[in-house]
Design a protein around this ligand. Structure first.
Ligand SMILES: Cc1cc2nc3c(=O)[nH]c(=O)nc-3n(C[C@H](O)[C@H](O)[C@H](O)COP(=O)(O)OP(=O)(O)OC[C@H]3O[C@@H](n4cnc5c(N)ncnc54)[C@H](O)[C@@H]3O)c2cc1C
Ligand code: FES
Length: 207
């Protein structure tokens, strides 16, 4: 069984366990959200050992070179030493909530004004961080030409982030965002390409 060394402790990975599952089983608290290798919230850095290639899917080449990987999909074949990701790996931008409007009974429109440049393409998503460290991904529902970043957030009963955003967060409050993330966007270099758009979740934002 491969062993994971983290913060001076060494743990044995069971069966098909990911690095995230192995460390959580030992009581280590780590950030995570999608747990399927999409949002990059669980990113960690390997300081020794060989990473499975799949554990670095979707990461920028500079992060791959520096040994960053996604703990939720990293099922190591060999021993690894790992640390938390540096803040610089996924730089955050402060953003002010400038509008919060219900769209229907369960979904709100949230408009954010980033305090510095936040370039993105329609189809991408961002990670939103609460000041308690909780992080969740949201599709960007605005256009890059607009002077705000719009999210459409569905209220999930008991949801730690959606509950806070829908019920507590106020216009004027500041959150942190990182991104944009995601490769699922239209390329205008090939205007004849076919598009398959699937509206899941709130339905419209990612389309
Ligand atoms: C790439 C990406 C894009 C996303 N875009 C959007 C978006 O545009 N708008 C949006 O509202 N959400 C979006 N999500 C989902 C979002 O990131 C959160 O998962 C969601 O807001 C719930 O988080 P929470 O902290 O409120 O719930 P948690 O505290 O994490 O969960 C509370 C409970 O609700 C359950 N739960 C979590 N999510 C759902 C769900 N969707 N339906 C039913 N039960 C659920 C959990 O299993 C748990 O039991 C996206 C996720 C990803 C990965
Ligand atoms: S928790 Fe989303 S990539 Fe690992």
């Amino acid at each position: 069984m491969p062993k994971i060394t983290y913060a001076g402790q060494t743990y044995e990975c069971r069966g098909d366990e990911s690095v995230l599952e192995c460390l959580e089983r030992q009581g280590v608290e780590l950030p995570s959200s999608c747990r399927t290798g999409v949002c990059q919230t669980c990113m960690m850095k390997a300081t020794s050992g060989t990473l499975p290639a799949a554990a670095q899917q979707g990461l920028k080449p500079r992060l791959v070179e520096q040994g960053y990987f996604l703990a939720c999909i990293c099922r190591p074949a060999q021993d690894l030493s790992v640390t938390e990701a540096d803040e610089s790996a996924l730089p955050k931008v402060a953003a002010t909530i400038t509008e919060k409007t219900p769209i229907n009974e369960t979904i709100i429109r949230l408009r954010l004004k980033p305090e510095s440049t936040f370039d993105y393409r329609p189809g991408q998503f961002l990670n939103l961080h609460r000041d308690n460290g909780l992080t969740r991904s949201y599709s960007i529902a605005s256009l890059p030409t607009e002077d705000y970043v719009e999210l459409q957030v569905e209220y999930i009963p008991g949801g730690r982030m959606s509950g806070w955003l829908v019920q507590e967060a106020k216009v004027g409050e500041t959150v942190q965002i990182d991104g944009p993330h995601g490769d699922c966007y239209y390329s205008d270099s090939d205007p004849e390409q076919n598009l398959l758009l699937i509206g899941t979740g709130t339905g419209l934002a990612p389309l």
